[in-house]
Design a protein around this ligand. Structure first.
Ligand SMILES: [Zn+2]
Length: 316
């Protein structure tokens, strides 16, 4: 088994713009963790041979960090917790990629300045192993920069995760450097943030707009029409739920029957509701109940008719 150097030497160059943005973000949020996804260019970002000594594997790898995708408007951040807005970051990355086909997601950075933890937490490490082994991650190497205090980048620690390694390595600070000069990605990032934030939110497709949903509606309409009169489709203005509503006359009474589609998590679950005079009974149908819904409707009607007859009897 390969031995890990206590500090691995891998060429990592940060553009000054990235350093400034990190430090500014830390300064602006003294009490919550901040961070983002590192983006830029890489030479030899894939492992030449998983059997090689770890130090050998990254000998020819050069990271150039040109920017980072900020956590986004819907990020959740606390003194000990940092969860970015993934949809925002994805859209921002697509914007960069459209203008710079060589852009790569190189890793991540975050800060422990609010809690003073000077190393990656076990949750951080678990997450980064998942990131580097994620099929959607393009490279075999993953940078993880950790700012540990309010000085930001100056005291930051850099780590390397590699697809297939059982442990991560700390990067020798001597192999990390900062450059300045022009950085086209900085303007592109600003432009991208504006574009993504102003873009219309993704259109939500309702369950009944899918082919499967349309079929369900048609089948249920046929079922309702066999049992009820004047069946109509209604939509609740507040919940947005659709219902088939119809009437059934029985025992000199008229029952209003509503077959409503409730959204339970990502599932649609129908509810049968029967009302007459001042009474209302309802029943939520589980998957196994679907085939017995005629019986369930009959029973609800029977119970309701008993209830209202009892009430009438009690009033005499
Ligand atoms: Zn952390």
């Amino acid at each position: 088994m390969s031995r890990f150097p206590s500090k691995i030497a891998v060429n990592v160059v940060f553009h000054q713009d990235v350093v400034q943005a990190m430090n500014a973000e830390i300064a602006a949020h003294p009490h919550v963790e901040v961070g983002g996804k590192l983006v830029g260019h890489v030479q030899n970002g894939r492992s030449p041979n998983p059997e090689l000594d770890p130090a050998e594997q990254v000998r020819n790898t050069d990271f150039l960090v040109l920017g980072y995708l900020d956590a986004g408007p819907r990020a959740q951040r606390t003194p000990t917790f940092h969860l970015p807005d993934g949809l925002y970051q994805e859209a921002l990355f697509r914007h960069l990629e459209a203008h710079d086909p060589n852009i790569e997601h190189l890793g991540t950075w975050h800060s422990h300045h609010p809690n003073g933890l000077s190393s990656l937490s076990s949750g951080d490490v678990r997450g980064y192993f998942l990131d580097v082994t994620n099929r959607n991650y393009n490279l075999d190497f993953y940078l993880a920069t950790l700012a540990v205090d309010a000085s930001g980048f100056d005291h930051a620690k850099h780590h390397l995760f590699v697809r297939g390694w059982r442990d991560f390595a700390v990067i020798n600070p001597l192999s990390v450097s900062v450059i300045d000069g022009s950085n086209p990605l900085t303007a592109l990032l600003e432009q991208g943030k504006t574009a993504v934030l102003n873009a219309a939110p993704p259109k939500v497709i309702n369950w009944y707009e899918t082919a499967e949903g349309e079929n369900t509606l048609k089948e249920d309409q046929l079922w309702a029409r066999q049992l009820l009169e004047t069946v109509t489709l209604r939509q609740n203005r507040i919940s947005g739920n659709l219902s088939w509503v119809g009437f059934k006359s029985q025992d000199d009474m008229t029952f209003k029957v509503r077959y409503e589609y409730l959204k339970v998590l990502s599932m649609i679950r129908p509810r049968l509701e029967v009302s007459a005079s001042n009474y209302k009974l309802s029943f939520e149908l589980n998957e196994g109940d679907q085939q017995h819904r005629d019986d369930i409707l009959d029973r609800l009607i029977l119970m309701l008719s008993d209830l209202s007859q009892e009430a009438e009897g009690g009033g005499q």
